[in-house]
Each structure stands twice: as structure tokens, then as C-alpha cells.
Design a protein around this ligand. Sequence first.
Ligand SMILES: Cc1cc2nc3c(=O)[nH]c(=O)nc-3n(C[C@H](O)[C@H](O)[C@H](O)COP(=O)(O)OP(=O)(O)OC[C@H]3O[C@@H](n4cnc5c(N)ncnc54)[C@H](O)[C@@H]3O)c2cc1C
Length: 429
Amino acid sequence: MEMRHPTPQGLWTETGIAAPDVPTLAADCAAETAIIGGGFCGLSAALHLAEAGREAILLEAETVGWGASGRNGGQVIAGLKLDPHEMTAKFGRERGLALHRFGAATTDLVFSLIERFQIRCEAHREGWIQAAHSPRIMAEIAARAADLAAQGEQVELLDRERMAALLGTDFYRGGMLDRRSGMVQPYSYARGLAAAALAAGARIFAGTCVTHLEREGTRWRLRTPQGSVTADQVLIATNGYTGDLHPALRPAMIVVQSYQVATEPLPPALDRTVLPSRLPVSDLMQLGVYFRRDDAGRFIIGGRGSLTERERLDLFEDAAENAYRLYPALREIGFSLRWGGKLALTRDHLPRLVTLEPGLHAAYGCNGRGVALATMLGKLAAERLRGMAHPDLPIATLPPARYPLHALRLPAMMAIAKFRRLRRRFLRG
Ligand SMILES: Cc1cc2nc3c(=O)[nH]c(=O)nc-3n(C[C@H](O)[C@H](O)[C@H](O)COP(=O)(O)OP(=O)(O)OC[C@H]3O[C@@H](n4cnc5c(N)ncnc54)[C@H](O)[C@@H]3O)c2cc1C
């Protein structure tokens, strides 16, 4: 398959709004707060700090939205990976429900920011579908829908016929439509957040990689090749791109790659039959894929990716093959764009806001749900940097979820993933 591979952000570079003009750090400077990482989390933190009247400096190694935030599927999904009953079982009724409400409010935050700052990012809020292929998964999804509905959330079950009508494929037995959710063009959303943060008074420096964190009395000095920034309170918002910035963070997360491929805008016959509802869909159980259309009518599909940092060309082929299983007619036009990025998983599937050392905080681990959740996590982190505590919110009080035997875990996960891929190929025939 012949594919263009123009930039790390793939399709989103071609259709994204212009990036705000931001300089590279050129001299030492100081502020009350500093943020490392210009994805949704860091940008949201900078925006909310600036709106609260705090001096905020954000340092981004590349350009704003360069990491997962400029590369993802753009599915704006409400909630955390755990269902309400799992959270109440884990943390007790009051704290479990507080966590549920935090997750449920994430999409309201995203769409209200888009509205308030008039961010042109192909935003749609007609819902998101979680698809079930087998009776077992359908039963899981039905239990989830009942659990969410009991909390007053706007979700409904879809039977086989409704799924086929909305998706244009009879691959699925049914699913759940979550009306709180939707989609955006993620790179445009990130760039719009950056423009909003700048307008609120935050300072953003791109092309500025923090190489060392040093404690100086009660302040922190962030060293970069171009100069340093000192601040009272610092947020690390580097997620899957953290590397070795702080020793506590590497064992706290597993970094995985996810890949996407996109067609050109679909011709009229396919436009009417391939995902005609244009709702974003996730099928994390059977095929491990997520798919959607964009405003120009392209079909975009992503998949569970590789556990290595290396680009795996065969996984782009896998994503395309999954699309052909759902919509055989797509073979006629094929996929012309591919790209991928890194995201962070945590052991308990929950994100974290942690204080690593006095004045040094980190927010990470949205487990593939980061468009809405990382935006909310950034807002929460801004409150922490302003001195607020969140004793009732488990993700703000838990220690970093360390993976025991972190170094051994990756090879073990890779072996399991390889086995699953082989089994899928075998079953496919
Ligand atoms: C292919 C893909 C598809 C996805 N699809 C979805 C989806 O459809 N829906 C959903 O909700 N979530 C999705 N996700 C997850 C979501 O994109 C992430 O959870 C979210 O973007 C994380 O945002 P962030 O701000 O925490 O991190 P990032 O956006 O990764 O930003 C981290 C930034 O830190 C910078 N950085 C790193 N080190 C330094 C340093 N030392 N100094 C300065 N800067 C530094 C990096 O350059 C980067 O820009 C997907 C992820 C990927 C990769």
C-alpha cells in the first residue's frame, strides 16, 4: 500500500488550523508556575493558571500539540476506563462517585472551552459509540450502560439493526451510544487551546526541551539548552514522551504506540455507506480499533499499537485490514496517510496527579482517553499549583501507580501482544 507520510501528526497537519506564533526560550526567566509539555494537559493547565491570575510559563520541546495531543483519533469520550460500580467498590461510595463525576464532566469542559474560545476544530457532539462484536462483550456493555444510566448519564443501548444503520456494517451485535461524547480535529483543538492560553496571559516557548530539574531553596530551576526558567511550582505534563525527566515517572507508566491510517475524502457511493452516521466508534475488545469520519469525508481508523518505541509498518497494514473487514468496499480506494504516537498506560487504568517533591507535580496516564480527560487533568493540576488540595478525589491523592518489575513487564507484554496478533491472523484465515 502506497502511503504519504508527511509529518508526525499525519492528516491533522494537513487539515489543522494555523499554530499560534510562539518563540523559543532565549534568556533566563522566572514565573510563579512553570509547565513542561504542550499537549492538552499542559495547555489546559497554563490556560487555567493564567485565567486565575497566576504567572505561567509553558516549555514545549517541539511545537504545541506535537505529542499525542496532535496525533490522536480526536474522539472526545466522557468518563474514565473504570465504570461507576468499579470506582465505588474500589474507593467507597462517596469518593468513587466523586471520581465518576470528575470523569463525566470532562466532555462538558472540552466543548465549553471550544465554544468559549471559538476554536475551529471540526467539533461535533452527537455522541460516541462503543461497539460489541460478541454476546459476552454486549453483556459487558449492557451492564456498563445500566451503571451509567443509574448515575443519570445520557447513554442508550443499540441493537444489531440500529448499529448496522448507524455504522453501515453488520459486523457488530450491538453497542452503546454515549450522547455526552463527540469528536474534534485534535491538532486544531491543541492549537486553539494554546492561543487561548496566550490570550489569557500565559507565556509559551516551543523548541525548548527541559533537560534537568534542579531544586534551588524553595524554587525549581528548569534547565534547557537555551536558558533556564525558575518557578515556585512546576507541573510535568509530558505523558508518553516523558523519557527520563524524573526517576519516579518511568516505572509509573507503560508507554505504548497507537497508529492510524486515513483515506482521501470518500467518493459519493462510499460516503453514503461507510459509517453514514459519522459518529466516532471504538471497538477496543474485538478488533482493538477506533474509527471515524472527518469533515471532508475521509475515513480514519486507528488501532492498538506496538509496545516498542520503533515504528512498526506492519501495524499500519493491520489497521487497514481491520477497516476492510468492516467495509470491504474501502479496498477500492485504500489508505493514503499514516501516522502514530505514544500514550501512557497506568497499572490501575486511572490517571494521576501526583506531587513528586515539594513544588514538583506530574499529571499523566489517561490510558487512551486523553482528549477530554487530559484537558480536565490539566485544569485539576492548575488548582494544585495554586495550592488547592483535592482530598476527596482519588486520582489526586493516590501515589504514582508503580508497575512492579517494570523492566520485565514490557517484554512480557510484547510476547502476549505477539501471541494475540498471531491468533487473530490465524482466526482470520
Ligand atoms: C494515535 C493515538 C490515538 C489516540 N486516540 C485518542 C482518542 O481518540 N481519544 C482520546 O481521548 N485519547 C486518544 N489518545 C490519547 C490522547 O491523545 C492522550 O491521552 C493525550 O493527548 C495526552 O495529552 P498530554 O498533554 O498528557 O500529552 P502529550 O500530548 O503527549 O504531550 C506531551 C508533550 O510533552 C512534550 N515534552 C516531552 N518531554 C519534554 C521536555 N523534556 N521538555 C519539554 N517538552 C517535553 C512533548 O513534545 C509533547 O508535546 C490517543 C493517543 C494516540 C497516540
